[in-house]
Design a protein around this ligand. Structure first.
Ligand code: MLT
Length: 327
């Protein structure tokens, strides 16, 4: 019995020391899309706000794009579970479960859930040359040119892909547009501004600055309520106002570590993330892009995991209703 107690005390001391020593080297946050896009923006702003709460450790954001974010997510699932490799990903953690027959990870088994970061509205946007200035004109133009326009997204299961799927289904226009995948909506945005693609549904964190600069046209937002608190997005109707009943899509981002990362380390990371999310500068930067920092129980590991579990089930219904099945 004495030996067992000694061992338990030694193990506790070791874990405590691990947490105290953490981080012992630079932390890498993997973003599974191209640099400069909405996921990348969230990750970089979060990393900057977390650093003071992790002993000013170096936090490097690495972009590992491809396959709708599943390549980067798979990389983190296989990383050493020591807290120095993390993942920032969004709704794709839930949507890809219904869209890929084979995935390099299991969403609920291969990650430690560190908390939800924010909620982000999506915006229906078009290239500057698009002959439409209101949502009604926009939708009429799409109907009149069914099969001749293209919609850009960031790969199967990405937020822009899911939004495009739901929106075309809600319009009763399945496959009305050719879809063109990119490594993220940063390169897709460049193509849209250049007129190489016609339409996109993208997160406000990536579209607000381009809308305000007049480099793209905006037509609607995907949330159930108008975004009256945002100086730019408040001017755009919701898709529900435009007759697409019950359309309601908000993109959320979460922070993850590989399964098996010690609890002392995940608790340290969750505490640093929550402290960052109370930082007025982080909150202001997110709000300026239309994003709302999470404050509910989803910022706890248990709340985060329960939320994603529910989202996997909800999105399966949405994806199957939209007629898209696993590739
Ligand atoms: C998405 O469409 O999933 C994201 O906007 C991709 C990205 O962050 O680039």
């Amino acid at each position: 019995m004495k030996k067992l107690l000694t061992f338990a005390l030694a193990a506790t001391a070791m874990v405590g020391a691990m947490a105290q020593d953490f981080p012992s080297r630079p932390i890498t946050i993997v973003v599974p899309f191209a640099a400069g896009g909405p996921t990348d923006t969230v990750a970089r702003q979060l990393a900057e706000a977390m650093r003071p709460h992790l002993g000013n450790a170096s936090i490097v954001v690495e972009n590992a794009a491809g396959a709708g974010g599943t390549i980067g997510a798979g990389r983190v699932a296989r990383a050493a579970p020591d807290g120095h490799t993390l993942l920032v990903w969004h709704i794709g953690m839930a949507s890809t479960a219904s869209l890929y027959r084979r995935l390099p990870f299991n969403a609920l088994q291969d990650f430690e859930y560190l908390g939800i970061i924010n909620d982000v509205p999506m915006t229906l946007v078009g290239k500057p040359q698009l002959p439409a200035n209101t949502y009604r004109d926009f939708e009429n133009h799409i109907r009149a040119n069914a099969g001749r326009l293209n919609l850009a997204h960031a790969g199967l299961g990405s937020a822009s892909h899911i939004c495009g799927l739901m929106w075309q289904h809600a319009m009763g226009l399945q496959q009305a547009m050719t879809t063109i995948p990119f490594g993220g909506t940063a390169p897709a945005m460049t193509a849209l501004m250049g007129g190489q693609v016609d339409v996109m549904c993208d997160q406000s964190t990536n579209t607000v600055s381009q809308i305000e600069a007049g480099r793209i046209k905006a037509f609607a937002v995907t949330t159930a309520q108008r975004l009256n608190d945002h100086p730019t997005l408040r001017h755009y109707p919701t898709l529900q106002e435009m007759g697409l009943r019950n359309f309601n899509l908000t993109i959320w981002h979460g922070l993850y570590a590989p399964r098996g990362t010690p609890p002392a380390v995940t608790q340290r990371l969750n505490a640093a993330m929550r402290a960052a999310m109370r930082d007025p500068v982080f909150i202001q930067r997110q709000n300026a892009l239309g994003a709302l920092v999470a404050t509910d129980n989803r910022i706890t590991p248990e709340g985060h995991r329960a939320f994603v579990t529910n989202q996997i089930n909800q999105l399966r219904v949405v994806i199957e209703a939209a007629g898209q099945f696993a590739d």
